[in-house]
Design a protein around this ligand. Structure first.
Ligand code: SF4
Length: 370
């Protein structure tokens, strides 16, 4: 099974609760128009929808699913595609305290916490932070370049809700080019081996850029089979404000072309992307903005509107949810959103049921149980 039944049940309960009893303050559109439907993108593209079809009231609810927790932006590497070390250059030495990280986890309430950065293993208290978040019953994806895994494993204890998500953008030569240092691939593999031997869950985490050869990613997944990884996350590297002056990033059309192979990959390897998200990648349906689903907390506060675009940093999660003009974002509303296919491990759009098709629940269920 890709996802344990207990996790599927807990997520389903959380989603159902938030749909049945949504927080009214989070559902308001600041522009005042179109109050029934926060997804202006839908009728931007299908004008008839507004007049004739109102989305089911259970669908249009805003609530967080995955907290993107960035306790620091410092990293031991300077990966070519990393926006964080560039956007947050002026605060690169700053860190969110353990206390503030836990406060953010409590304030937000999202069932999944993705600890990213920066390189979280540079934090001396990363083991304690992880244990404290697990105590709160959350699922953790700990994103890392894998270089400190061997050394730092002693700070952790294996837990069914903890996954180490190790960055690998290709086979040895190309991964080392992408992270701008020789030897990183080898060290990451040593980390993966050590973590698996110690009983941890491990995913690989791949970003696809313009120059990525999907055949090489296939080969990499084949190579990784010997280590019995628990999953592969794979997402497109799209241009956004902090990085989009660079030619390596994919346009929406490029993404569809690159990810033509994704169904075949997912049949062969344990790819952690739901069938609905794969439809978005292939261009089989429109991907709406669900920025509130992946709130980001970092050294400057709650980053709004999303992981990619920074228009404000809010002091509280409540401010992020109530003061962000959510209806102003998304492809068709804001040019910066044009190529976005944001993917943070759990695809909010599929969980929210937006642009749903008949049969989606069965498709998703059979994928989860496979
Ligand atoms: S870049 Fe735009 S479409 Fe993507 S999550 Fe952010 S606000 Fe939404």
């Amino acid at each position: 099974m890709r996802v344990p039944l207990s996790q599927v049940a807990e997520m389903a309960t959380y989603i159902a609760k938030n749909k049945i009893r949504p927080r009214p303050e989070w559902q308001k559109n600041l522009s005042g128009d179109d109050t029934a439907n926060p997804f202006r993108i839908i009728h931007t593209q299908i004008p008839s929808m507004k007049a004739e079809r109102k989305p089911h009231p259970m669908i249009n609810k805003r609530f967080p699913l995955v907290l993107m927790l960035e306790p620091l932006h410092a990293c031991n590497l300077t990966c070519t595609g990393c926006g964080r070390i560039r956007e947050y250059e002026d605060s690169i030495r700053d860190r969110v305290s353990l206390e503030d990280c836990l406060k953010a986890v409590d304030e937000c309430g999202a069932p999944v916490v993705s600890i990213c950065g920066g390189e979280p293993f540079l934090l001396p208290d990363i083991g304690v932070m992880t244990a404290e978040i697990l105590k709160r019953g959350r699922y953790i994806q700990l994103c890392t370049n894998g270089m400190f895994l061997v050394r730092k494993l002693k700070d952790f204890t294996p837990h069914p809700n903890l996954v180490f998500n190790v960055h690998l953008d290709g086979m040895e030569k190309n991964h080392d080019i992408a992270v701008e240092r020789e030897g990183v691939f080898k060290q990451a593999i040593e980390g993966i081996k050590a973590a698996k031997a110690a009983g941890y869950k491990v995913f690989s985490n791949t970003t696809v850029y313009k120059e990525t050869d999907m055949q090489e990613i296939w080969e990499m997944f084949e190579y990784l089979e010997q280590f019995k990884l628990d999953g592969h996350t794979i997402s497109p590297g799209y241009g956004y404000s902090a990085v989009n002056d660079r030619e390596m990033f994919l346009t929406r059309e490029d993404v569809h072309e690159k990810f033509k192979i994704i169904d075949k990959m997912a049949r062969r390897f344990p790819v952690v992307a739901s069938p609905v998200y794969m439809d978005f990648l292939k261009g089989d349906r429109d991907l709406p903005c669900t920025a509130w689903g992946n709130p980001t907390y970092n050294v400057k506060g709650w980053k709004g509107p999303c992981y990619l675009i920074t228009d404000a940093h809010h002091k509280t999660f409540e401010d992020l949810m109530t003061k962000t003009p959510w209806d102003h974002y998304g492809a068709g509303n804001d040019p910066r959103c044009q190529d976005c296919m944001v993917h943070c491990g759990y695809e909010p759009s599929s969980a929210y049921g937006i642009n749903a098709k008949l049969g989606d629940p069965f498709k998703t269920l059979s994928w989860l149980l496979r």
